[in-house]
Design a protein around this ligand. Structure first.
Ligand code: 1CP
Length: 348
């Protein structure tokens, strides 16, 4: 698979591409399946429907990899929390974790066992997906998951989490430890069910000051990648820690001090110059990214952005992607234009 070869830094006939959040509302075919399923969580739990929307972007856009259709928040939900997606409001936990006594409600083993609908989606999808297309499994990084568990939903300033971080760091560490345990088991099951690669999304990494991110964010990610790399060396691991562009060399040194690289691909967000990422990380990691997602509104903007990124990454291990998730109102034609353009301009 071209995508897997690129993750491991091997030469490929062209630069592979997929898009974060590629299965979603901008696709009319997704909306049809979503309506049929009722609500978002029912869609995640219905493995046939989830598999169908996982495959849609591969068939409609021609991307080189499918990403499992699910959500990062199914992990805390199956650990024992009450999750709702209110229309237009995003995720809500009615019972956020705020004190030591709340921890008794969280069970990592139960989570990994109750996520069977995800494992079913993976095996069905792998059996249906073309042999040359990769299936990516994923999870949220412990820090990003913890922000939702503690705040009770999305947040602008993460004040409840950060107050806990400075006032009661031990409690935050205990929450992160439980999520880390659940995530290791969950990802091992995802790999056992057939995913070809795994991405860890640390979407809110940039919310922490660098020293706090090292202690409460990065080290838990490395714990997960070290665990998986030892067990499944043939499965490429991708880490996307959004908003950490100014810390790339520090974070990679921390990883290097712990031993051999435990992950393969460094996800670069749209605010980080990819040539800077190449300078600081090139040779050690394949890079993934980093077109500004809003460029998808305009074909001229797509073309100039693609050309710039391909020139900066020429001769280096690279997977093309957006620098964060695709937005719900972009045109499918423009998304397809991007995929075709990357394939065409990178052909060797
Ligand atoms: O109403 C709906 O249709 C639900 C919208 C939706 C979708 C389509 C949510 C709710 N999640 C998803 C799917 C999803 N989430 C995928 C599927 C595979 C794909 O990429 O196509 C993935 C990988 C995610 C991951 C995810 N969920 C992240 C990390 C990636 C990122 O964008 O930073 C995060 C932060 C979430 C939480 C979440 N779930 C849903 C929403 C709207 C959010 C974000 C809320 C917020 O901004 O705080």
């Amino acid at each position: 698979m071209v995508f897997i070869d690129a993750c491991f830094g091997k030469e490929t006939p062209y630069t592979p591409i997929w898009m974060m959040r590629q299965a979603g509302r901008y696709l009319p075919q997704y909306m049809v399946v979503r309506e049929r399923a009722g609500d978002f969580l029912s869609l995640c739990r219905d493995y046939r429907a989830a598999s169908e929307v996982t495959i849609q972007p591969v068939e409609i856009l021609g991307v080189d990899a499918a990403i499992l259709f699910s959500d990062i928040l199914v992990v805390p939900m199956q650990m024992g929390m009450d999750l709702r997606f209110e229309a237009g409001e995003g995720p809500r936990f009615s019972d956020p974790i705020r004190s030591q006594s709340d921890l008794a409600r969280l069970d990592p083993q139960k989570a990994a066992a109750e996520l069977g609908y995800v494992y079913d989606t993976i095996s069905l999808t792998r059996s249906r997906l073309a042999a040359d297309k990769a299936l990516i499994g994923f999870c949220g990084a412990p820090w990003t998951i913890a922000t939702y568990m503690i705040e009770g939903g999305g947040s602008k300033n993460y004040a409840v989490c950060k107050r806990m971080l400075y006032e009661n760091p031990q409690l935050l560490h205990e929450i992160l430890r439980l999520v880390t345990e659940a995530t290791k088991l969950y990802l091992a099951h995802q790999i056992g069910s057939g995913v070809d690669a795994v991405q860890i999304f640390d979407s809110w990494a940039g919310a922490l000051e660098p020293s706090a991110y090292e202690e409460f964010g990065w080290r838990y990610i490395l714990e997960i990648t070290e665990f998986l790399k030892a067990k499944f060396p043939h499965i490429p691991l991708i880490v996307f820690a959004k908003g950490t562009g100014a810390q790339m060399s520090r974070l990679s040194s921390i990883a290097a001090r712990r031993g051999e690289a435990s992950f393969d691909v460094w996800g670069v967000d749209w605010s980080t110059p990819i040539e800077l990422a190449r300078e600081q990380l090139g040779g050690k990691f394949a890079l993934q990214g980093n077109l500004e997602p809003m460029r998808l509104y305009d074909r001229g903007a797509i073309e100039s952005g693609v050309r710039e990124i391909l020139v900066a990454m020429k001769g280096a291990a690279h997977i093309f992607n957006l620098g964060h998730g695709i937005l719900p109102d972009v045109s499918v034609q423009n998304a397809k234009y991007l995929v075709d353009l990357v394939h065409e301009l990178s052909a060797r």
